[in-house]
Design a binder for this molecule. Structure first.
Ligand code: C2O
Length: 423
């Protein structure tokens, strides 16, 4: 195959830059596609056109991108075909230690934990369960928060986007490079061919999410459905596509192979005995956090619950959501903090425990042409109905929330905490 000219939108570098499309090739069409409700549809179209282009250039119309199912037992490591230095799928800028069979860490903080393989797998499976079934209960929780014309660009990402999507980016990139290039920062992620396999699995998560429970469904908001994006197609023509036209993979000519899903029953379990838990609930934190607070060390606050003792039906209709709001940082920092409920940092809570409500994770994203976009203000939404049932806290008037900074310590601040309900 002969190389395409540098300015052909179908060539590898141009395709990598599409990930930063609104920075480079089409500056007038700026839409942020991370940390809001466009994350899944935009990336689906990105994969779609990349696949069409590869099919056309290789003369194989049936070409399909592979998916890296890191959520399966055999897939929790960098797939060996990408790790072979003689393969075109190889990329030098990856973490030297995270080579197969080193296990991927869905809770990656920028340093490797000291867990056994069995513990790491257990955490990964429980994280998948939590992000799907607890933190992903409603369209807003799973797909991300609404982002309309004139809104701030980062209203809040969906559950799986936050974790493990962002963690896998950083985990794959080279920690000796300033932004964990290539995968650990969006401007460079597309230069590593594995981004397409990673995102194919993210795309598969969207399909699965809609398949697994009746309650999982797309937004029916016309602002979302009618939104369009520009891409170059396999003939290098610029085309406009809409969110509404990508909701079913069949419409785009593909489906995902059915593979084993080992996390369907991996519900996290409480770490603290219920008695200890009850005691910790009556305890006030040693110091109530004063918001806004810069996360230099763990902070705790008690939060009143607007509704207590909801019926099964009420719980099914509306998810109780713990919102960490006013999260502010510079876009080019890797940020990670954990949120734990009715436990403190000294309890040694891990992601396999029910008390671990979730994490906020930011994959760095630089904007070369838009310096004013460098400050991000966003929020994290965590579904806590199941969590409170599991730790025996559903009849309490309040919750004790502890935020534990893990990466980007001192570089992120939090504006406050709130409980709301999501349908
Ligand atoms: Cu555009 Cu994996 O993110």
């Amino acid at each position: 195959m002969k190389a395409l000219p540098a300015d052909d939108p179908r060539n590898f570098v141009q395709q990598a830059n599409v990930h930063c499309v609104h920075c480079d090739s089409i500056p007038d069409n700026y839409i942020q596609v991370h940390q809001n409700w466009f994350f899944f549809p935009w990336h689906r179209w990105y994969l779609y056109f990349n696949e069409r282009i590869l099919g056309k250039l290789t003369g194989d119309d049936s070409f399909a991108l592979p998916f890296w199912n890191w959520d399966s037992l055999g897939g929790m490591m960098l797939p060996s075909i990408y790790a072979d230095p003689t393969s075109p799928l190889y990329d030098k800028l990856r973490d030297a230690k995270h080579q197969p069979p080193f296990l991927v860490d869905f809770d990656y903080n920028g340093t490797d934990p000291n867990f056994t393989a069995a513990q790491q797998i257990d955490h990964n499976l429980k994280i998948m369960y939590r992000q799907f079934f607890c933190n992903g209960k409603t369209p807003m929780l799973f797909l991300g928060s609404a982002y309309r014309g004139g809104d701030q660009t980062n209203p809040g990402g969906g559950s799986v986007e936050n974790m493990p999507h962002n963690n896998v980016h950083t985990w794959t990139g080279d920690r000796t490079h300033p932004n964990f290039e290539d995968m650990g920062t969006f401007y460079a992620a597309g230069r590593d061919p594995i981004v397409f396999a990673h995102h194919a699995n993210i795309d598969r998560m969207w399909s699965l999410w809609k398949k697994l429970t009746r309650k999982h469904r797309d937004f029916n908001d016309s602002d979302w459905l009618k939104t369009s994006f520009l891409f170059h197609d396999e003939n290098a023509d610029l085309v406009r596509v809409t969110v509404k036209d990508c909701l079913k993979t069949q419409w785009l000519g593909y489906t995902y192979q059915d593979v084993k899903i080992p996390w369907l029953e991996a519900r996290p379990t409480p770490k603290l005995a219920k008695a200890k838990n009850a005691a910790s609930r009556s305890l006030k934190p040693t110091a109530e956090a004063q918001f806004p607070v810069t996360l230099e060390s763990p902070v705790s606050a008690t939060l009143k619950r607007p509704k207590v003792g909801r019926s099964r039906k009420e719980k099914e209709e509306e998810e109780e959501v713990l919102i960490v709001e006013g999260i502010e940082f510079e876009r080019d920092h890797f940020i990670k903090f954990d949120v734990i409920v009715n436990a403190t940092e000294s309890d040694g809570i891990t992601p396999g425990d029910s008390e671990f409500a979730g994490s906020f994770v930011n994959t760095p994203h630089q904007h070369r042409h838009r310096k004013e976009e460098n400050k991000v203000k966003t929020r994290l939404c965590l579904g806590i109905t199941d969590l409170l049932e599991d730790i025996g806290g559903e009849d309490d008037d309040g919750v004790l929330v502890t935020i534990v900074p893990k990466a980007g310590i001192g570089k992120v601040s939090v504006g406050g905490l709130r409980i709301d309900f999501s349908k």
